[in-house]
Write a protein that binds this ligand. Sequence first.
Ligand SMILES: [Zn+2]
Ligand SMILES: [Zn+2]
Length: 375
Amino acid sequence: MLKARNEKHQKMHAAIFYGPNNITNEEIYCCSRYHYQNQKDIWKEGVILRVKACAVCGYDVRVYRDGHRKVTPPIILGHEICGETDKTITIGNGTRIKGGSRVAILSIVPCLNCRYCYNKQYNLCINLKEIGSSINGGFAEFVKVPEKTIKIGGLVPVPDNLSDEEAALLEPLSCCLNGFSRIGQIPKQSTALVIGDGPIGLLHLQLFKKLYNTKTIIVGKILQRIQKAKSMGADATMVLAHEDDDHNEQILDNVLECTGGIGADIVIIATSNPKALEMSTRVAARNSKINIFAGMSNTASFSLDPNLIHYNQISITGSFGATPTTLQQAARIVSDKQIDLSKIITHRYSLDNIQKAILATEKYYGLRSVINRFS
Ligand SMILES: [Zn+2]
Ligand SMILES: [Zn+2]
């Protein structure tokens, strides 16, 4: 059995991303060149986690297929992590977490020395590094959490009533909560439209229903996911067709009809297809808010009618990542059983099968795939 201490001389299993379509499972020294590349400064301090579970995000799939400007291979991906700390740590707000405890983390490593960091907007840091993106992540037996992440409180103890897999999903849930913070007040009688039926879309659905009791419409493409949305309390669901524009126009009419012709007061774009933005402005109510939650593919294009934004006073906002506050909030509402993350986890894999997990995510099998066995 590997131990996390004396990491320099220890080996661990890791899935190394070498470039598009190239991930290889290897046994590497914890302190190998993979750790040192571009990350010498952050390796020195912080805490090592033995990874208990790491979920596969749509972002991991996009990086695996196309690479990403933030990602310099070779590197270990994976940023939705539940791990066990090797030592007692004190996080930003003074909370002590004993060695051997489970924690969930934010993937952000801020510089603490830019105007956004001074304003505690760490996810917007100009020199931001990200675990599982620009520094090594959780598709490995161990992951290093840099001191700066601990310092800002980007790490929470996992409530006892959560499984390792559920705890890994606290990170995406905290990102959704960050999106809600961009939307602001949600008046009673509002209608929300979530475009996207993946794990993020369905997390938004749960948040709208359980925290705000908001009438929520889900628009997606995958029948099984739409079924799941219904079982989670979606008030209306609609299925887009891949190449059928007439059908998709009809969907827009249906959304309007569903809202008494007024349109949706809040629209969440939880799909990486930028056409969703164009669609959303056509079904957004006056004074509505649209949040672009998902990252988009660089090559996709779309058009937007500025008069719709102007005359209808539509606000388009974006949200990226999460904050220590939303991570803590996520842990609290899941522990209270307001939100059920277990419904989002449908596939479990060992690290040896990382490619299968990525493929399952890409092919929209189920919802979240989680790596939960590492050696
Ligand atoms: Zn993610
Ligand atoms: Zn900064």
